[in-house]
Design a protein. Structure first.
Length: 436
């Protein structure tokens, strides 16, 4: 179990976001129609949809809303999967895939629409998401993705090298594509805002109450925490990368079908003057085609929010400041010397094929995992669909493809050595894609 996640460095979002609502711990016995484990974006989205449908729902969180990946990510709202395009989704899942693709396509707008409708102050900016390509041959990646997403009426546009230069303020890339429905948010403010909305609607939300066990009793599910329990007709596990963080034996088959990877985020000092006006002037979110992903966006205080990865967790903060500072000076020479005010981390759940996993783990019991770094937008659609499933919607009408858990062989070994994959990504990033 990676205990580092329990004492994370102070994030930018924690420093600028008002405290979340004070939550009680779960004590004694409680009954609900649906119980949700995890107060990240999927769990909170599912709870809101259930509450709007008049369902009695209880959300049980191990720490507080947004403690996990929901509150520690970069805040980019990206309406695509990582490295998986629509044709592959449909080939993999058939009719379910044909319903899943529109869910992915509309996922960013779902988030922004919900934040607006609920009046949540989350620094939301629907300015679009740009994926520039980092070598000339990789423009075919952008061309393929634009072609495929246009077939599904996504608001995408192929960008020339000159357009990317003007939109990002850098000559480092060779073109790319733009999805106008994307953007960025303060993720912790969104999680805490969703929690407040739920409480105002009369839902039950418990903090500091990790679920340690669940079992079937007399036709209902019983979830046990250190000081209490919840009995529910249906349950939804929305724990993603933190599925085994607090109770390693809670759902081992689900926890072992992905690899939890430490993702580092960083925020510079505020940009000012001409430098600010020339770096991502349109305030879009950006993440490129590197396997060792290059990503950045401007926050509400004009900080450049970016991040990186490490193979070895030694002197992490100082090494990252040097590594990513050098990278930023290369991408944006106008920055000059780069200073970081915040460096923090969180876990993301990576699957071998970059596809999320959705499971029925028993009668009226559901789980999901495998964000692959793209769950901020997608979580809101997933939450809606899991809420519909918990209300009895048949599979043929759901937009998520259910399957059996597929634990990775030698999961412990893979988990230990996963950071070394960064060397392979860097090797591949240096190789040019040759013409067909």
């Amino acid at each position: 179990m990676q205990t580092r996640c329990f004492d994370p460095p102070l994030s930018l979002w924690e420093s600028v976001t008002p405290p979340g609502p004070a939550l009680p711990t779960l004590q004694g016995e409680r009954r609900a129609d649906v119980a949700i484990v995890g107060a990240g974006f999927v769990g909170l989205s599912a709870a809101l949809h259930l509450r709007d449908a008049g369902v009695d729902v209880a959300v049980i969180e191990a720490v507080e809303p947004g403690f996990g990946a929901a509150g520690r990510n970069n805040g980019q709202v990206i309406p695509t999967l990582s490295r998986v395009d629509p044709d592959e989704i449909v080939a993999r899942f058939g009719e379910s895939g044909e319903r899943f693709v529109p869910l992915v396509r509309d996922s960013a707008s779902m988030l922004f629409d919900l934040a607006r409708a609920k009046g949540i102050a989350a620094e939301a900016e629907q300015t679009g998401w740009i994926q520039p390509v980092h070598s000339p041959g990789r423009i075919k990646i952008a061309e393929r993705r634009v072609t495929q997403w246009r077939k599904w009426n996504a608001p995408v546009e192929l960008l020339s090298r000159e357009q990317v230069r003007d939109m990002l303020g850098s000559t480092a890339w060779y073109g790319g594509f733009w999805n106008r429905s994307g953007g960025h948010i303060n993720p912790l403010a969104l999680a805490r805002g969703l929690a407040r909305v739920l409480l105002q609607a009369g839902s039950s939300l418990y903090g500091r109450s990790p679920v340690t066990r669940f079992e079937r009793r007399e036709g209902r599910w019983v979830l046990t925490t250190p000081q209490g329990s919840v009995s529910a007709r249906a349950i939804i596990f929305a724990t993603n990368a933190y599925t085994d963080a607090f109770a390693p034996k809670l759902m081992p088959d689900v926890a072992h079908e992905f690899v939890p990877v430490m993702s580092w985020q960083m925020a510079t000092t505020p940009l000012t003057g001409a430098v600010r006006r020339t770096i991502i002037p349109g305030r879009q979110a950006m993440s490129d085609t590197h396997g060792e992903l290059y990503f950045a966006r401007i926050d509400a205080r004009d900080r450049l929010v970016t991040g990186g990865a490490l193979m070895l967790p030694l002197n992490s903060v100082s090494r990252l400041k040097n590594q990513i500072g050098t990278r930023l000076k290369r991408l944006f020479p106008q920055l000059g010397e780069v200073s970081f005010d915040y460096v923090w981390n969180g876990l993301i759940a990576m699957t071998p094929d970059y596809l999320p996993r959705f499971h029925r783990i028993g009668p009226d019991a559901y789980a999901w995992a495998g964000c692959n770094g793209r769950a901020v937008a997608l979580a809101f659609g997933i939450g809606r669909e899991l809420a519909r499933a918990a209300q009895g919607t048949p599979d043929r009408d759901l937009a998520i493809p259910f399957g059996e858990p597929t634990p990775l062989p030698l999961h412990g070994v893979i988990r230990r050595f996963a950071p070394l994959m960064l060397a392979l990504y860097r090797y591949r990033d240096r190789r040019e894609i040759k013409p067909a």
